[in-house]
Design a protein around this ligand. Structure first.
Ligand code: ZN
Length: 352
């Protein structure tokens, strides 16, 4: 995220908080609850180049948020309970469901003890290639290539191009450019091709990220045994489903459910679309997920849950606890629904 964008978001959150607008807006914008998104939960690192920092919060921040939620007039609920409340119309107090994507080892090490302490139900969405140790965490490959080199060459439109990245500022800029470029591809295949090419040129071991960062099936079994935990599907290869052919999108969703069932003995009924923005999951993916019988599907489209989402159970919005904005007051504004109401122009459902 660019510095300017971060500043704009932060000052918007500050304005909503200090004007107390989030308080009086809540009855109109708060809906029946919120599904929160987390990725990494781990102690802060000192590196100045951390382009994926938005995907991690500290254990202290998570504990602050959960402690505040426990004291607030909301119910911390599982996805099954959120689903039940939505379809039955049984909506008394607002509900908050916590979800953690990707199955990083820090979920077990840092998030789990905190969520257990506060008896907060949560879901973990697993791309099965990660515990199978075949996953490609391509955003970390890009980060490693830029972090470890002073100059990078790659093929762009069949032409060899070269970029200098000596200073931290160079690296941040180049990462943003590369990230934006690969995300602009029409197909997942093109993205993987570029990332594999870079990994090969600069000796980055793609598979090593799985071993280092992601839970094994044994570790996942420990989590799955706890009734607080819901294991959800997140495809096999963590692909942007809208960027693969329909047949592959269907088998990515279906296969991941079967693999999890075989490994953990529990058949996932809830799905998270990888990346989850409108370029990665749209009406075709929502339809396939419904045909496969998933109870809910979550995106990363920002928003709270309204009664109208009963008709869009496979296209639920979430609110991310973003590592760039780790202040309890921002979390309060986000959970109130005020910030996302502004961003969405007060439109309640976005499933197109
Ligand atoms: Zn993911």
């Amino acid at each position: 995220m660019t510095g300017l964008k971060k500043t704009v978001i932060r000052s918007g959150l500050e304005t909503l908080y200090f004007s107390a607008a989030h308080h009086f807006l809540r009855p109109f914008v708060g809906g029946i609850g919120v599904i929160l998104t987390l990725h990494h939960v781990r102690p802060p690192r000192l590196d100045r180049f951390q382009p994926n920092r938005l995907l991690e919060v500290t254990p202290g921040f998570l504990e602050g948020v959960v402690r505040w939620l426990r004291r607030s007039r909301v119910d911390l609920v599982s996805l099954d309970e959120m689903h039940r409340r939505l379809i039955s119309g049984d909506v008394g107090r607002r509900s908050v469901a916590l979800t953690i994507d990707d199955g990083y080892r820090d979920t077990l090490q840092w998030a789990y003890p905190i969520l257990k302490k506060y008896q907060a139900p949560f879901a973990v969405y697993i791309p099965t290639s990660f515990p199978d140790r075949l996953g490609e965490l391509w955003w970390l490959v890009l980060e490693a290539v830029v972090a470890r080199n002073k100059r990078i060459s790659l093929l762009i439109d069949d032409k060899e191009q070269s970029f200098e990245c000596i200073t931290v500022e160079d690296k941040r800029h180049l990462y943003d450019e590369l990230y934006g470029w690969v995300r602009s591809f029409k197909t997942e295949e093109e993205l993987r091709h570029v990332v594999r090419d870079l990994a090969g040129r600069y000796q980055v071991d793609i598979a090593a990220f799985c071993d280092e960062l992601c839970m094994s099936w044994d570790e996942l079994n420990t989590l799955a045994a706890d009734p607080l935990v819901t294991i959800g599907a997140h495809t096999v290869n963590h692909v942007m489903l809208a960027k693969v052919p329909e047949k592959s999108a269907r088998s990515e969703m279906e296969m991941s459910r079967s693999v999890i069932e075989a490994a953990l003995g529990t058949r996932p009924e809830h799905l998270s679309y990888p990346v989850g923005d409108p370029t990665s999951a749209g009406p075709r993916e929502f339809r396939i997920a419904a045909e496969l019988g998933f109870k809910t599907g979550v995106t990363t489209r920002p928003g709270v849950i309204f009664p109208e989402h009963r008709e869009h159970l496979l296209a639920l919005p979430r609110i991310s606890l973003n590592g760039e904005h780790q202040q309890l007051r921002y979390a309060r504004v986000l959970v109130s629904g005020a910030a996302t109401a502004m961003w969405n122009g007060f439109r309640r459902v976005n499933a197109a």
